[in-house]
Design a protein around this ligand. Structure first.
Ligand code: ADP
Ligand code: MG
Ligand code: MG
Length: 952
């Protein structure tokens, strides 16, 4: 039904069926919109149907469309299958003209209301149907409002409104070069056409692109009898949610504005009152509304977002739809509704988007930092807490600028008097939204909640001056580019930045309940990537069932270890060369006789000192590193007691541990130049980097620049030579991964020794440990065989020496297409596979990620050459196919092969779905993503079941 009638039309039909008071009307289907989009004309027969529909309304209401004595007025409302709040356009009061306006005034004895309705029609029609800039109408209205005492639109008299109307009409005439159409039928036809056209408008297209809604659906158009909330104090209009959309609390939540029409509440023209206002003034209507709301929620079994109007004491329901909600509300409502018996726990799981969980675990302001800001007098004002979360960023008043800065990864808080659909592109790229006008259901609030952005709305203390690029709060001025911090959970606004902290997962009771259900449902395990004990602990608290990737090289980068790492890398190639030479001479010696022997003996002796020195530097450094690594492994394995921990052996190319070649080259050149003129270094220190270097030279010379220069030259030259030697044309495809371990076996042997020493020590302490050793970047089975044989021997040696047996596995990453293609061979030597989908994506596409994302990939996505960024979501057709083949071939050889995925894709819901389909054992992702992955894995299973039943 929603496909044809759109969400709004379906909702209206359903409310009518349930016996709720809905103004009579009919719906023109999305099919007509699609046909109109193709031909630019109404499909044949449509106008006849429209006429029939109007006759039916006329028969029910006793009024006639275009009748100068008793006119029927209509609204023409757009409504697509998926709700696109504020994205599509609606024209109200269709059927008013210079004649009918008088009839309306007489019939209702309310002249003010008649002119008010007419001026609204001209403005809406001009803006929506004829594309006249809406601000031009607003400016006229503002001028009249300023003349009144209260400065509100309700303060305008009938006479003033008539003048406003005249000015609107002349504005219309001067813009369009024809008069505002007087024939009711013409107004209607044009309005329907405009609703259809708005489907293809820029902001609607942007919204659909962002929300992945197909462009082919089309919108329906609803034609409905007008009811009037602007007929005086006993009339009004409002919006309400059956539950609080920010917190999920089970209270009717909404706003009501007396003597107002439709858009007024939503657009935030006047800041409306709480729904309790209605309760106080019209208790009977309030009760009727509450009963209707409860009925709708039970019927749809979900939170409803409703629009209603009171016309002279009579309630009319105008819309109901599923209420958008914050992450917090989504979780609470889902869990509550299961407890209330409204939905099943499976449904509850599907009600919460995995990305909602991301939002829930978003940072919030550190209370102490906030208190500090308050003491420093940085508190500015308080508005409505429209969408929770904390945001700090520089102020931008311009959505275009916000978009630009956002794309440059600068934090922006978009500050607007109020927002409109034309601002969405800027909102998408902001950290938070701050508006001066508008309530909790204003455009800014609704869109921000949908995007998971913090929003403070209706912050009336703000006086915003777009032209000057600043806003005032009392005496204080905040300028474009200044930092502000907004707290969408409390509505507070501060000057400057405020530190934020990670939320406390342990206290999210509802989320934990929901994830508990997810755990029962899902088949995929969720592991985490953690390099440090701290991360491992956090991952475990979040529910990780293992560590899928512990990168050992991070441990090399720590500053006190780096010199040792340098020493090791510098000595390694020489060591390999000299020890090979030594071995061959020794062999010759063995075979030689007589005179020759002395010759070889002498040669061996001459090699010995160099060899000893190199051993000390290479093996000695490795031993030092080994001790440190052992401590690291003890920490991680202890934190994960009882669970598997996959430790990956060294992976990146060695030069990543060394200083940058170009930087070194510049430094050595400068040192040489400064030899005769040490002050040169000071004079030419322009950048931060230069100054750091200057400090280094000064330190090396203990304050004496010249001495520093002399000391550093040989040091830096050796380093430069080493860096030059390790430099590769294409390091990503060069000496890295298992290729390193094969070339310098001592490095990976050291790592395996450290792992097993750590494991043995813990085992003796009674800690249950399960290390799994992962060999990276294997492309040919022989690489794996070589490394595994050597390393497993090393592992056995340690266990023997320590007299302890450890439960361990050896396995490999699958990140080179050739490994996936020959997975059957590889599985012979691996007890587990772990897809390194970042490298697998790089090597399958032939992209280097950093270069691609920096240069062309995002524009590929923009131009639809690629449907999405394959580094964020797995490419099913290419990379996914390799994975599928790999799983099948691997399991054929080794049915109990443990297969998982590590890397960013492991935390991406759609990639998780693919992993579920492929039958992986687990996904491994960053600790913060673990809760997301738990839910996504349950979704994957539930979705699989749904497709199955549908297939039958
Ligand atoms: P949106 O999709 O932006 O919510 P709507 O079609 O719901 O647009 O209409 C915009 C405003 O006009 C809403 O506040 C709605 O309640 C009001 N409205 C729509 N139709 C009528 C009607 N027949 N009588 C009175 N108000 C109406
Ligand atoms: Mg609406
Ligand atoms: Mg890799």
């Amino acid at each position: 039904m929603r496909d044809l009638l759109g969400g709004k039309g379906a909702g209206l039909a359903e409310m009518t069926r349930l016996g709720l008071p809905v103004p009579p009307g009919f719906t023109i289907t999305t099919k007509a919109c699609i046909a109109y989009g193709r031909s630019g004309r109404f499909p044949p027969g449509l106008l006849k149907q429209v006429d029939d529909g109007i006759q039916a309304i006329e028969a029910g209401s006793g009024k006639r469309f275009g009748d100068p004595s008793n006119p029927l007025l209509l609204s023409v409302r757009s409504g697509a299958k998926f709700s696109m709040p504020g994205m599509m356009d609606t024209v109200l009061n269709v059927g008013l003209n210079d004649e009918t306006v008088h009839a309306l005034a007489t019939l209702t004895s309310n002249e003010r209301y008649a002119w008010d309705s007419y001026r609204r029609l001209v403005a809406m029609f001009g803006r929506i149907v004829k594309d006249i800039d809406g601000r031009k109408f607003d400016a006229i209205l503002e001028r009249y409002k300023d003349k009144t005492e209260g400065k509100k639109d309700t303060d305008l008299t009938a006479d003033m409104l008539r003048q406003v109307l005249e000015e609107f009409k002349s504005l219309y005439r001067s813009e369009i070069k024809v008069d505002f159409p007087q024939k009711a039928q013409d107004q209607l036809r044009e309005a329907i056409g405009a609703v259809f056209r708005s489907w293809g408008g820029k902001r609607a297209v942007d919204y659909r692109n962002f929300n992945k809604i197909p462009h082919t659906l089309g919108t329906a158009a609803n034609v409905q009898m007008m009811v009037f909330g602007n007929m005086g104090p006993d009339s009004g209009t409002g919006v309400a949610f059956t539950r609080n959309p920010s917190t999920g609390a089970k209270d009717l939540f909404g706003e009501y504005l007396a003597n107002a029409q439709g858009e007024d509440v939503v657009a935030g023209i006047r800041t409306p009152y709480k729904i309790t206002e209605l309760k106080d003034h019209f208790p009977a209507i309030y009760d009727q509304f509450v009963r209707g709301a409860e009925l709708l929620e039970r019927h749809y079994r979900d939170v409803q977002d409703m629009e209603f109007t009171v016309e002279r004491g009579k309630l009319w329901m105008l819309q109901t739809r599923t209420g958008k909600r914050t992450a917090q509300a989504a979780v609470k409502v889902a869990v509550d509704m299961v407890r209330e018996g409204l939905i099943s726990d499976d449904e509850a799981l599907l009600r919460v988007e995995p990305l909602h969980v991301v939002q829930l675990l978003l940072p919030r302001f550190d209370e102490a930092a906030k208190e500090g800001a308050r003491k420093e007098g940085r508190y500015l004002a308080k508005g409505l807490n429209a969408s929770p979360g904390a945001a700090t960023g520089c102020v931008s008043f311009d959505p275009d600028e916000a978009e630009r800065l956002g794309l440059e990864k600068k934090p922006v808080v978009l500050v607007r008097i109020e927002t409109s659909p034309d601002d969405v592109h800027g909102m998408l790229h902001s950290k938070g939204i701050l508006t001066a006008h508008g309530g909790a259901t204003s455009h800014a609030a609704v869109v921000a909640r949908g995007l998971g952005l913090p929003c403070v709305a209706g912050c009336e203390a703000l006086r915003i001056d777009y032209d000057a690029g600043e806003f005032h709060v009392g005496e204080r001025v905040v300028r474009r580019g200044d930092f502000v911090s907004i707290d969408g959970t409390t509505g507070e606004v501060f000057e400057g930045a405020i530190r934020s902290i990670d939320p406390d997962f342990d206290r999210e009771e509802d989320l934990k309940t929901l994830l508990g259900w997810a755990d029962e449902k899902r088949r995929l395990q969720v592991w985490a990537n953690a390099d440090y004990p701290r991360d491992a602990q956090r991952a475990r608290r979040f529910g990780a069932q293992g560590i899928g990737l512990c990168r050992t090289e991070h441990m090399f980068f720590e500053s006190e270890r780096l010199p040792v790492v340098h020493e090791m890398i510098l000595a390694a190639p020489e060591y390999r060369r000299v020890s090979a030479q030594r071995r061959s001479v020794a062999a010759d010696l063995e075979a030689a006789k007589g005179e020759k022997r002395t010759d070889y003996e002498r040669r061996l002796e001459s090699i010995e000192p160099t060899f000893r020195d190199l051993s000390r530097r290479y093996l000695g450094s490795l031993e030092t590193l080994g001790k440190l690594q052992k401590e690291d492994f003890v920490g991680v394995l202890r934190a994960m007691a009882g669970l598997p921990v996959i430790i990956r052996l060294i992976d990146p190319p060695l030069h990543e541990f060394l200083p940058n070649y170009e930087t070194l080259l510049v430094q050595v050149t400068k040192l040489h130049l400064a030899r005769s003129d040490p002050r040169l270094l000071e004079r030419t220190a322009a950048s931060e980097e230069d100054r750091v270097f200057l400090d280094e030279v000064q330190e090396a010379g203990k304050g004496d620049l010249a001495r520093g220069i002399e000391r550093l030259i040989p040091e830096k030259e050796i380093l430069l030579a080493a860096v030059a030697a390790t430099r590769e044309a294409n390091p990503m495809l060069g000496l890295r991964g298992c290729r390193l371990g094969i070339t310098f076996p001592e490095i990976t042997e050291m790592q395996v020794r450290a792992i097993f020493e750590a494991a043995c020590q813990l085992k003796r302490e009674g800690v249950d440990v399960h290390p799994e050793i992962m060999i990276p970047l294997v492309g040919h089975v022989n690489e794996l065989r070589d490394q595994r044989d050597a390393l497993e021997a090393e592992a056995k040696k340690v266990m023997e020496r320590e007299g302890v047996t450890v439960d361990y596995k050896f396995g490999t990453m699958i990140e080179i297409p050739r490994a996936a293609l020959t997975a059957d061979q590889i599985a012979g030597y691996a007890e587990f596979f772990s897809f390194g989908t970042n490298d697998l994506t790089q090597t399958t596409f032939g992209y280097s990620r950093d270069d691609a994302e920096g240069k062309f990939l995002l524009s590929y996505v923009d131009r639809k050459i690629l449907p999405f960024n394959p580094f964020q979501s797995l490419d099913r057709e290419g990379v996914g196919q390799l994975m599928r083949m790999c799983v099948q071939k691997g399991r054929k050889v080794r049915p109990d092969l443990e297969i998982g995925i590590c890397g960013e894709h492991g935390g991406d819901p759609s990639s998780i779905e693919l992993c579920h389909e492929l039958g992986l054992n687990y996904v491994s992702c960053s600790p913060f993503r673990v809760p997301v992955a738990r839910l996504a894995a349950a979704h994957a299973r539930l979705k699989g079941e749904i497709t199955l039943t549908e297939d039958r």
